[in-house]
Design a protein around this ligand. Structure first.
Ligand SMILES: [Zn+2]
Length: 268
């Protein structure tokens, strides 16, 4: 095959060569994107400062304060202690739809600020539960990238180092939840999906089964059962997956149950 970007010959069925993959500036552009209604709201109703002024090349104009997320992030990063970062990242990512529990069907809006957050937050550490929660959300973005990139037709020699690096980052971010037991349970469920996406589905199943056994909340249990069913279905154990889905009480079933059943091919 040949690379669809540069035309160089690629190995196997790869459609993108390692060199072109390496030149992607914003790996988040590889994720399924979502339209964000809030960005339109700002543009049409409130009128964001940065949108009205537009890109400015002059260094004389500087923005230091504002309610615009990108300006607020810049202000926090420029401050001495960067103490506003945990709250900002936690709320901002939650608002975008990056939950604490990883689902796998998240869609992110295309925003450069997300990548700035991930880059600048990697080496910063705060000993607070909110930072741990923000870190779990950031770990989820890296985990989603791992899954997405593993599925793309890219040369294996380029994919493997990327997957390794992103999984390591996700696991490091998840580990920040260790001092907070309930958050750590959430991160364990997320890491189980990452294990599954990186080929360790048996470990993923045993983690999720352990979590299901001790979970008291019906709705969290339903999420864990959906994760279990997803892993089972994707590893070819379709009838077991259907059994797991059937065991979820009607009142806590979300749209993923019907969607997964449709993918498996169950019409009931
Ligand atoms: Zn290429």
């Amino acid at each position: 095959m040949a690379c669809v970007v540069c035309g160089a010959e690629t190995k196997g069925a790869a459609l993108l060569c390692g060199k072109c993959f390496g030149e992607i500036d914003d790996p988040l552009s590889l994720l399924p994107a979502a339209l964000d209604p809030k960005s339109d709201q700002r543009l049409f109703q409130i009128g964001s400062v940065s949108l009205r002024i537009g890109p400015v090349s002059s260094a004389d104009i500087s923005f230091s304060k504002g309610l615009e997320p990108a300006l607020r992030l810049r202000e926090i990063l420029a401050s001495e202690d960067k103490g506003g970062l945990p709250q900002f990242v936690d709320h901002y990512l939650a608002g975008l739809g990056v939950g604490l529990y990883l689902r796998g069907d998240e869609r992110l809006p295309r925003r450069g600020i997300i990548w700035s957050i991930l880059r600048s937050a990697k080496d910063l550490d705060f000993k607070t539960e909110q930072w741990a929660a923000a870190s779990v959300r950031m770990g989820n973005i890296h985990a989603l990238l791992v899954r997405e990139v593993s599925r793309l037709p890219i040369e294996a020699s380029a994919v493997l180092p990327f997957v390794q690096k992103s999984s390591d980052l996700a696991r490091t971010l998840y580990a920040r939840s260790l001092p907070y037991s309930s958050l750590n349970l959430v991160a364990s469920a997320d890491e189980a999906l990452l294990d599954h996406w990186t080929g360790n589905s048996e470990k993923a199943l045993s983690t999720v089964e352990g979590l299901i056994g001790s979970e008291k909340s019906e709705s969290i249990k339903a999420h864990l059962l959906i994760v279990k069913a997803t892993v089972l279905a994707e590893t070819g154990m379709k009838s077991q997956a259907v059994q797991v889905l059937e065991s979820i009480p009607g009142k806590v079933r979300d749209e993923r149950v019907a969607r997964l059943k449709a993918l498996i091919g169950v019409t009931r």
